[in-house]
Write a protein that binds this ligand. Structure first.
Ligand code: PLP
Length: 346
């Protein structure tokens, strides 16, 4: 069941809203007991990489596209570090509308680029960073009447609240800590709004502390200053001037949480731990929370025994190049059984 169906009563869905559905949402929440026990916590991973285009972006995109269709939109535009474009392109294709995707040139993971292209979007590489690309998408939207489906589109964040609702339904309540990567800062804001709303509706009792993790080279919410030249291996959070910064700050302040940064080396190490000790392959940006929890544990700042959910925002297969740069090459042998026995002894 897609999110418009599962949570339609809590979303601005009317009889006139087209029932767009790629079976997004309802993603697995997996107990990561080996990693959790080494950190002294109960650790859960929300596998957003299991969404139809491999990232959480589908949760918001489905409503943004449905409402735009309801309002008579004929084309879509977005700026993207990759996953928004993959999602926009897929939903536009599904409803039969053209989609224009503006990418910061050379800064997008290979899998995401392949997705946007194969879904049939018109992909335009802009000589500029993400923040500039977004300004241009907004102008194109105003000039040409395309529906913009970046998170400046309010329906994106409204529908991304569904992730928090699923977590509360799976665990019976909100967790103690909610750990999440922060790029444009929409998702952390949406989760916080979702947790609050579920409690107001009497569907949950607790509110989690919101822990937002950024990459050190793109950490405007940690430093308190926009970052003119964001740089990180975690391309999905390579953003210097987050659109939803104010909402994210509010979420962290109201919940008693915090922002923290982690280095690229810590992110890549966490990616390996998650894969080799959890069996989950997530893209680099998605591993910032685990890197952050490990860092907090080392400084004695991770509350023992707490129940922690981290949002594994995107699938590792989107960025195979980065993963391959971090592991050893396969062992090459000849074609005899002796060769194999020799190799197995290594
Ligand atoms: C978009 C994205 C993020 C960042 O989310 P924001 O809402 O921009 O903070 C993190 N991880 C992945 C995989 C993403 O696609």
């Amino acid at each position: 069941m897609g999110v418009l169906k599962r949570y339609g009563e809590y979303l601005p869905v009317t009889k006139k809203t087209p029932a767009v559905n790629l079976e997004e949402g309802s993603t697995p929440l997996v107990l990561l007991d080996r990693i959790g026990s080494s950190l002294g916590i109960e650790l859960w991973g929300k596998l957003e990489g299991c969404n139809p285009t491999g990232s959480f972006k589908d949760r918001g995109m489905v409503l943004a596209v449905a409402k735009a269709m309801e309002d008579g939109a004929s084309a879509f535009v977005c700026a993207s570090t990759g996953n928004t474009s993959a999602s926009a392109a897929a939903y536009a294709a599904h409803v039969g509308a053209p989609c224009y995707v503006l990418l910061p040139s050379g800064k997008v993971a290979m899998g995401k680029l392949a997705q946007a292209l194969i879904y049939g979007a018109r992909v335009i590489a802009v000589d500029g960073n993400f923040d500039r690309t977004l300004e241009m998408a907004r102008e194109a939207s105003a000039k040409c009447g395309f529906a913009i489906v970046n998170s400046v589109n309010p329906y994106r964040l409204i529908s991304q609240r569904t992730g928090a609702w699923e977590i509360c339904e799976s665990l019976g309540d909100a967790p103690d800590l909610h750990a999440i990567p922060v790029g444009n800062a929409g998702n952390i804001s949406a989760y916080w709004a979702g947790y609050k709303e579920f409690r107001e509706r009497g569907r949950s009792k607790k509110l989690p502390r919101m822990m937002g993790f950024q990459a050190e080279g793109a950490a405007p919410l940690v430093t308190g200053m926009a970052c003119p030249v964001p740089e990180t291996v975690a391309t999905a959070i390579r953003i210097g001037n987050p659109v939803s910064a104010h909402l994210a700050r509010e979420a962290v302040r109201e919940s008693g949480g915090e922002f923290n940064s982690v280095t690229d080396a810590e992110i890549l190490e966490a990616q390996k731990i998650l894969a080799a000790r959890g069996g989950i392959f997530a893209e680099p940006a998605s591993c910032a929370p685990l890197a952050g929890l490990i860092k907090l544990k080392k400084s004695g700042l991770l509350p023992e025994g707490s129940r922690v959910v981290m949002v594994l925002t995107g699938n590792g297969l989107k960025d195979p190049d980065t993963a391959l740069s971090q592991v050893e090459k396969p062992v090459a042998i000849g074609g005899t059984i002796e060769d194999l026995m020799e190799a197995l002894r290594q």
